[in-house]
Design a protein around this ligand. Structure first.
Ligand code: FAD
Ligand code: SIN
Length: 529
């Protein structure tokens, strides 16, 4: 007999955890997560969470900054809604036990990051995500209606396709009945039936060779929804964080938070000269797309593998107070950031696109919601404003939960779902076929679909990824499912969508910069803003 739950939540980052706390008083909640309970992008968030707390800041200023960063492609209604619900979202996080740093006067110690016109980033030293994950998990563990299953990997969502009906992208009545889930400890795929399913599977930074995202960030939820014929959008907008620690061989790359630039750190080339003023009047605090492109350009001009971040003007006392984790990490590899410049490179960091949702977090598939980095709400447009993603997750978890607890009243379980069919499959003979494909894919994406793109680079990537796709689908049909196999399949689906949507966009805007359509976002003349 398949296992049944009212709410199935896939993912235990900020999106899944906050939603769980909101719906748990209205039904049984089963949360599955593919690794340890706390492993997520959330856990590594450093800078903090953007919110309007008091004057001189205002909702209008935060809205304006978000719209400017989004380069004309944000949904203004969504931006207004998320920003105006930010204060409430923070209040709830605090009620759930999250501790944000305060100053000597007992007020929140608000930081500033690129693209923000005011100090509005709440943080917990430089480990904000770790603190959020800690507090929310602690709260979730004590709720009697919530069960968490770690090391359970969602393979596919269940739709009419599994009942033998033809499901096409044109069909507008696709329904989600739950998910097929691999218990990775015993290698068995179980059927989990749910009335409502939440996709909270996070981002897909692992599609690139250099990324700040942990190895779990393989775009699984987006790929599952795409295969189930749900709507996915804006995948061309992958955000590259300008400053990850240059440490060849280390993966994922360690992030050097933008908040350091908010505290006065500046970017310098290998000769020690500042260069950001050439690109934007906001210099080192320009929005991320501009800073990452400028660094990329400087590295291409000089042939250097990195540029420097100079934090030496920040006092040692400030560094130890605000950035103890970064200080310790750099010291562990021989860099004393109070004296030495930090070698940094851009790294794939945040996926602005994903599963298209409405203002209640509903996807195009009935009974399936998506919240957090796997979703595309319209908040970020062509480029996310720093620290707006944790905020988006909290606000949308709340809205999706409110909607779902009403909707669930009309939903019944689908009873006749077949078990997972693994007929004709066998254990893989050679894991190299999977591991090497992941490396190849990451190399292709980094070389041709990175910060600066062109028609010819995209075409080359498309042709190469097609080969990997065909090889992997052949392998998938005859191989027993495993996490590694499913992840590479998902990564290939995600790469395909990024390339395809990048090819369709015949302009440079926000994070999508093409040498063939340079007009809207000129590389060197963004100063007029
Ligand atoms: P995640 O936190 O990534 O959680 C996804 C969950 O889904 C994980 O538990 C994962 O194991 C699970 N999962 C995935 N696939 C499956 C599957 N197939 N089956 C079962 N479970 C699955 N944003 C900010 O706003 N401020 C910051 O300061 C900030 N700093 C960042 C620093 C770093 C280094 C990184 C990587 C990101 C940062 N971000 C920041 C972005 C932000 O952390 C993420 O966008 C946000 O945490 C995403 O939350 P989420 O709940 O959507 O996904
Ligand atoms: C950072 O701390 O620089 C990351 C902030 C973000 O990704 O929003």
């Amino acid at each position: 007999m398949p296992r049944k739950t009212d709410f199935l939540i896939i993912g235990s980052g900020i999106a899944g955890l906050s939603y769980a706390l909101k719906v748990a008083d209205f039904g049984k909640v089963l949360m599955i997560t593919k690794a340890n309970e706390d492993e997520s992008n959330t856990k590594y968030a450093q800078g903090g969470i953007a919110a309007v707390m008091h004057s001189p800041d205002s909702y209008e200023k935060h809205i304006k900054d978000t719209l400017i960063a989004g380069a004309g492609l944000c949904d203004e209604e969504v931006v207004r809604m998320v920003v105006s619900e930010s204060t409430l979202g923070i209040k709830e996080l605090i009620e759930w036990g999250v501790e944000f740093d305060k100053n000597e006067k007992g007020k929140f110690d608000l930081a500033k990051e690129g693209g923000h016109s005011e100090h509005r980033i709440l943080h917990h030293k430089d480990i904000t995500g770790f603190e959020i994950e800690r507090a929310l998990l602690q709260k979730v563990r004590t709720h009697k209606n919530i069960e968490i299953l770690p090391h359970h990997f969602a393979v596919e969502i269940i739709t009419q396709h599994h009942l033998g009906e033809e499901v096409t992208r044109r069909r507008n009545d696709i329904q989600c009945f739950g998910a097929y889930v691999l218990d990775t400890k015993i290698g068995k795929v179980e059927t989990l039936l749910s009335k409502i399913t939440l996709m909270a599977t996070g981002g897909a930074g692992q599609v690139y060779a250099t990324t700040t995202n942990p190895t779990i960030a393989t775009g699984d939820g987006i790929a599952m929804v795409y295969r189930a014929k749900g709507i996915v959008e804006n995948m061309e907008f992958m955000q590259f964080h300008p400053t990850s620690l240059y440490l060849p061989g280390e993966s994922p790359s360690f992030l050097i938070t933008e908040a350091m630039r908010g505290h006065g750190a500046v970017l310098r080339n290998r000769q020690g000269n500042e260069f950001m003023h050439k690109y934007d009047k906001r210099a080192s605090l320009a929005p991320r797309d501009i800073v990452a492109r400028a660094i990329d350009n400087e590295m291409k001009l000089s042939g250097d593998d990195f540029v420097y971040l100079d934090c030496t003007k920040i006092s040692k006392e400030e560094i130890l107070k605000h950035f103890p984790n970064i200080y310790a990490k750099c010291l562990s590899v021989g860099i004393d950031i109070t004296h030495d410049y930090i070698p940094v490179v851009p790294a794939a960091h945040y996926l602005c696109g994903g599963i298209k949702v409405n203002m209640n977090g509903q996807s195009s598939i009935d009974n399936l919601y998506a919240v957090g980095e796997c979703s595309s709400t319209g908040l970020h447009g062509a480029n996310r404003l720093a620290s707006n993603s944790l905020l988006e997750a909290v606000v949308y978890a709340n809205r999706a939960a409110k909607h779902a607890v009403e909707k669930i009243k009309q939903i019944r379980y689908c009873e006749n779902i077949p078990d997972w069919n693994d007929e004709g499959t066998a254990a893989p003979e050679e894991m190299i076929l999977i591991t090497q494909t992941r490396k190849e894919l990451q190399q292709i994406m980094s070389a041709y679909v990175g910060i600066v793109r062109s028609d010819i680079r995209l075409k080359r990537a498309f042709d190469r990824v097609k080969i990997l796709y065909e090889e992997t689908e052949t392998l998938y049909k005859k191989t027993t499912v495993s996490v590694k196999l499913c992840e590479i399949r998902n990564l290939i689906n995600v790469a395909y969508m990024i390339i395809k949507m990048a090819m369709q966009r015949k302009e440079s805007v926000g994070l999508h910069y093409s040498l063939d359509y340079p007009s809207k976002n000129k590389l060197l003349t963004d100063k007029e803003e």
